[in-house]
Design a binder for this molecule. Structure first.
Ligand code: PEP
Length: 258
């Protein structure tokens, strides 16, 4: 759970699910149930639902996010959506480099960095995803992979540019599989991510950096995960598609720490 420097953040990733009516209903449920004094709450919704969900969330404490963005400002890039268009649609945040984009749509550390640059320039809160595959973990390469992904995405910025950065550690083998990293496995990876960011951008950035865990977070494992000192929140896929399960995660209970 977060310390006083880091406000917890729980983000839902709706992926390519829900029609407009379902999106509106879910957004209403989340907005109505998110506790006013709880963690920061974000929902990353499909592009087509951004404006309708944005209307529902107006005046609530839940923030609207997109699941991707393109790095160019505008132009002949059929099928892409720019940071300015996301802002115009009401977004406050954006998910970048999700493993499904890396796996299925050719996302690389270089394109993650371009998207991050565009998101920061537009004032969108960037949630940059990193994580190893099962083969990489079994080969003992987890830290190497995380280091490469972080270095590739985060070099070339000054620490003040990255003040709003959020990193999501999402082991690929845990996403949508029902296999969650143990709290100890997640903590080990989060600490490594924090140390790597400290090496890249200094102690102050690392101390304030929010690192979310993602990978089959559910109501019944959220409390244990969030009890680890370097877990500052969660990126939730499947369990974010129902207001009651998502809100139970939002209302996680973890011992306070200094
Ligand atoms: C995700 O979409 O980033 C995710 C972690 O999904 P799930 O919670 O379903 O594993």
């Amino acid at each position: 759970m977060t310390n006083s420097l880091r406000r917890p953040l729980i983000a839902g990733n709706w992926k390519m699910f829900l029609d407009l009516a379902g999106s509106v209903a879910l957004a209403r449920g989340v907005a109505a149930g998110a506790p006013p004094d709880g963690p920061e709450v974000v929902v990353a919704v499909p592009f087509t639902a951004l404006t309708v969900v944005g209307e529902v969330l107006k005046g609530s404490k839940v923030k609207l996010a997109a699941q991707n963005l393109h790095w160019e400002k505008e132009g002949a890039f059929t099928g892409e959506v720019s940071a300015a268009q996301l802002k115009d649609a009401g977004c406050a945040a954006v998910v970048i480099g999700h493993s499904e984009r890396r796996q299925f749509f050719g996302e690389t550390d270089e394109t993650v960095k371009k998207r991050l640059t565009a998101a920061l320039a537009a004032g969108l809160l960037p949630i940059v995803c990193v994580g190893e595959t099962l083969a990489e973990r079994e080969d003992g390469r987890t830290f190497k992979v995380l280091e490469t992904q972080l270095t590739g995405a985060l070099t070339g910025f000054g620490p003040s540019q990255l003040a709003t950065l959020v990193v999501a550690y999402e082991p690929v083998w845990a996403i949508g599989t029902g296999k969650t990293a143990t709290p100890a496995q997640a903590q080990e990876a989060h600490l490594f991510i924090r140390k790597t960011c400290e090496r890249l951008h200094g102690a102050a950035l690392a101390a304030g950096l929010r690192i979310l865990y993602g990978g089959s977070v559910k109501p019944d494992n959220a409390d244990a995960l969030m009890s680890e000192p370097d877990l500052d929140g969660a990126l939730v896929g499947g369990a974010s598609l129902k207001a009651d399960s998502f809100l139970r995660i939002v209302k996680f209970s973890a011992p306070a720490r200094a």
